[in-house]
Every structure is written in C-alpha cells, then in structure tokens.
Design a protein around this ligand. Structure first.
Ligand code: GLN
Length: 482
C-alpha cells in the first residue's frame, strides 16, 4: 500500500470511501508494518490482530451497507499498555502484570472503537508510566524513529514512536507529568495533555491520580482534534471526568488566530536550555507573531519549585496506588513464600523494577507520620502557588508558549545512572500538570543533528480549542519542519 506510513484520519476515510482499499486490507497492512519493525524498534509489547480484523470487518460491512463509518472509521490505532483493552494483555510494561488480561476496556478505548478505530496493538512505555525515556520498561526499550541510538522519550515512548515512525496514524498515551508531550517532542509527533477532567480515566491504570490524563498522539493537529473530541466528555464510571460539554474541535479548527495574546515566560528560557532548542522555539514564536498573534512577557515565578513538588506528590500517590500489587488479587505471586509477610515482600520485590521501587519508597516516606507536613503538605501548598501563577497569567493572555523539553532526544543509557538528571527532563511540562491545565507539543523544526524539537502550547482549563487553533495555524504556516 502506497504511503501507508503517512496516512491521516482523512486520507484513510477517502481511501475507504473511494474503494482504493478495504478496512481489512488496511488493518492487515498496519499489522504487517507494526510487526515487521518491532524487533528493532521495540514500539509494541503486544499485537491485537483478532481485535483489529474484527473491527475492520465491521467498518467494511458499514461501507457495503451504505452506512456512515464513524469519525475514526478504519483508522489503525495503537494504545499505551497502561490503558485497559478488554480480553487483551495490559502489562504496564511491568513484570507485576506480565500476564494480566484486562477484564474490561477503558472508556477511551470503548469510545475510539465505537468511532470505528482499529486497535492493532499495545505500546511499550516506562513501567507504570514512571520515566522520561522508556528505558524503565521491564521488557525492552523503544528506539527513537529519528535516530535509533536515542530514546523516544517517555513514558509514552511507544505511542509516540508508533505515530512518528509510521506504524499507526494515531495513538493513545497517558500524561502525568509530561509523558505525552515530551515523547511527542522527541519523536516529532503532535501530542496533547488535555485539561484534567476532560477525558475519563476509567480503565487507565493509576499512577498518580491527581495528575493522570489520557490523551492523543497524531501526525497532524487536525487528527489530534478529532481523536480528542472522540474520547473527551463526562463518564458515569469516572467522577473526575468533568460534566462540561465537548466542543466540535475539528469543526472550529481554522478559526483565525490573529489577535490572540501569547505569554512568554522567561523562567522557561533560562539556564539549562539547549541553545538549539531555544533557537527553534524563538523562531516558532516569530512565526506565530507573523500570523498576527501578540506576544508579551509574563511571569510564572514558582516554576523553580515544580520538580520538587511534583516528585513529592506523584511518589506519594504512586505508593498508595501501587499498594494493591501485593500478590493476592493483583500482580504475580512469588513462589518463594513461607509466611504471609514473606509473600508480600517477595512478590513485590520480584514485580517492580528499580524506578518503581524508588518511587514507592520515597512516596511512603513522604506520607509517613511526622514527615507528612514537612513534605507532602508543603508540596501541595507549592502546587497551589503554581496553579495561581497560571491563573494570573491566563487573566492576561490566551496561551503560553514554551519549549517542551530543555534538550532534544538523548542517547540510550545516557541518563539512566542519574535519576535527578532524568527528572530534569520534565521541568517544562510538570508545571502544567500540577496546575491541571491543557498542554500540547507541536513539532517546531529540528536540531542541527536532525532531531525533532517540540514547542509547547499551554492554555487554561477547558480551552483546548484555542490550543488546537494555534497548533493548526502553526502547522499550516509552512509545515512542522521549517
Ligand atoms: N517523566 C515523568 C515521571 O517520570 C512523567 C511521567 C508521566 O507523565 N507519566 O514521572
């Protein structure tokens, strides 16, 4: 099939409706493409051919009956392996859940399948979504499609690489502190963290519940708009999914961006930013100005406390969420168990890799009696200040532009021995996560070595439309590579 690796939702639709290929042929091509490169790329942890072909046949039957195929009809889609897919393995890239088969589907999965999408497989990620490079997968790392010596970012590295590397036009990932935006930036895809509460997390395996989001990856902003519109909205199974109505993002995508006010926070352009990244983002801001946006300096003064606050809150929540993997109802049970406490200890020791273990220990410590006020409570107070910085900024501007990551994709192994260096990868993304606002990475050119660089567009709660309009205008203005 010609141009398989460049398909979008729209080109799939055209091809199907014009009879150039059937949904079954497309699904077979998708499975072939994804499986063929996987030994090297490590993008997928499992494939779902039965599910894919059954979904494709439903789309073909609708075409034959002259019925509408749905907004994602026939489109191959990959799902991060922390999102439940009924009847398929959902491992969270952890030994703890190596053979776990999901008993139900996440709401987001159910919605994309109802919209006609064809799920071809589950993507690799950092164990329980903890990491920034995908090297914390218990199984194997993912390689960046732009340079196989480099990481794809994390934790949704597989979902980002699937889209950027030509496996599937769209995918689903999760973002707790940057896990969609940062790998999108490293691989050269569009990736969105929606507003907290915009998309149901029912069926997303919990890491840090006050920060977890499900969101889309795609090759174009239009496709992310369509995928976000499909998965967003209230859900009786998730009380944190907001009741707010969902706009038709794709329909309003071309609204004029001239006159929009854009804030530039100097805190995001300070020490530690790779000059090549700074240069590309400055150039991107220049392009937005030429499109008629008005830029001004704003201040987000509590930014420098964000990493400390995030790594206290997310570890605290992780230690509590991961308590359920004790070998009794969830996760594998150790064979070497004499007593009950041996069973707990051995099951957990055999299940979790070093990063997950580190976070459980840290999180348990910061929640423990005597330390709660000094660490966890303080972190929550700082979080409130960071959120206030943003609400003050959004009283004056419609969107904020920053880099996504201080540097482009780094080499495999380069940061594994230094967790603090790894945590610094998230410096520009976790502030938005802590504030619960919307954020997106759009490709913004390449570094001198040819590595993709992403520009972050942040907007206030439930203002995804403005974010998408800006991203779309940016994309149309000369494409993502200039
Ligand atoms: N890299 C961050 C972390 O390790 C973010 C992870 C995520 O967003 N799931 O926690």
């Amino acid at each position: 099939m010609q141009n398989y690796r460049k398909l979008t939702i729209e080109s799939v639709r055209q091809g199907l409706l014009e009879g150039r290929f059937s949904a079954r042929e497309l699904a077979q091509e998708a499975l072939r493409t994804c499986e063929a490169g996987n030994g090297d790329s490590g993008v997928f942890l499992s494939f779902t051919p039965g599910r894919a072909l059954a979904a494709a046949d439903r789309v073909d039957a609708r075409i034959a009956a002259g019925r509408d195929i749905g907004p994602l009809g026939g489109v191959p889609l990959a799902v991060k392996d922390v999102i439940m897919t009924e009847g398929e393995r959902t491992t969270c890239a952890s030994r703890a859940l190596e053979n776990f088969v999901a008993p139900y589907s996440a709401t987001a999965v159910q919605r994309v399948e109802e919209a006609g999408a064809v799920i071809v497989g589950k993507t690799n990620c950092d164990e329980f979504a903890m990491g920034s490079s995908n090297e914390n997968s218990a199984f194997f790392p993912v390689r960046n499609p732009a340079d196989p010596e480099r990481v794809p970012g994390g934790s949704s590295g597989g979902s980002a690489a699937a889209v950027a590397g030509g496996c599937t036009p769209i995918s689903l990932g999760s973002d707790t502190g940057g896990s969609i935006r940062q790998p999108a930036s490293f691989c050269g895809a569009v990736g969105i963290m929606p507003t907290y509460g915009r998309v149901s997390r029912y069926g997303l395996v919990a890491f840090a519940s006050s920060l977890d989001h499900i969101g889309p990856f795609s090759r174009t902003v239009r496709d992310s708009a369509a995928l976000l519109g499909t998965i967003a909205g209230a859900d009786p199974f998730d009380s944190t999914a907001a009741n707010a109505s969902v706009p038709d993002y794709a329909a309003d995508l071309s609204a004029d961006v001239a006159g929009l006010k854009i804030g530039i926070p100097p805190e995001y352009f300070a020490d530690g930013l790779d000059p090549a990244v700074g240069e590309r983002i400055e150039a991107g801001i220049g392009r937005l100005e030429r499109l008629g946006c008005r830029t001004r300096k704003i201040s987000l003064p509590h930014t420098r406390y964000a990493i400390a606050s995030y790594y206290l809150i997310c570890t605290a929540e992780a230690s509590s969420n991961l308590a359920r993997y004790d070998g009794v109802r969830y996760s594998k049970r150790s064979e070497r168990s004499g007593t009950l406490s041996d069973m707990y200890r051995n099951s957990r020791a055999e299940s979790f890799g070093p990063e997950v273990t580190r976070r459980i220990i840290l999180g348990t410590y910061v929640l423990s009696a005597g330390y709660y006020d000094a660490y966890y409570r303080k972190a929550q107070e700082v979080r409130a200040l960071i959120a206030r910085d943003f609400s003050e900024a959004f009283a004056e501007v419609d969107a904020i532009i920053t880099p996504v990551s201080p540097f482009p994709a780094f080499k495999l192994g380069e940061k594994t021995s230094d967790p603090l260096q790894m945590y610094l990868s998230d410096i520009y993304t976790i502030t938005g996560s802590l504030a619960g606002i919307a954020g997106m990475s759009v490709p913004c050119g390449r570094s001198p070595e040819g590595l993709p660089i992403g520009m972050q567009i942040l907007t206030n709660h439930f203002r995804e439309q403005t974010m998408l309009n800006l991203g779309h205008a940016f994309e149309l203005d000369g494409g993502f590579e200039s």
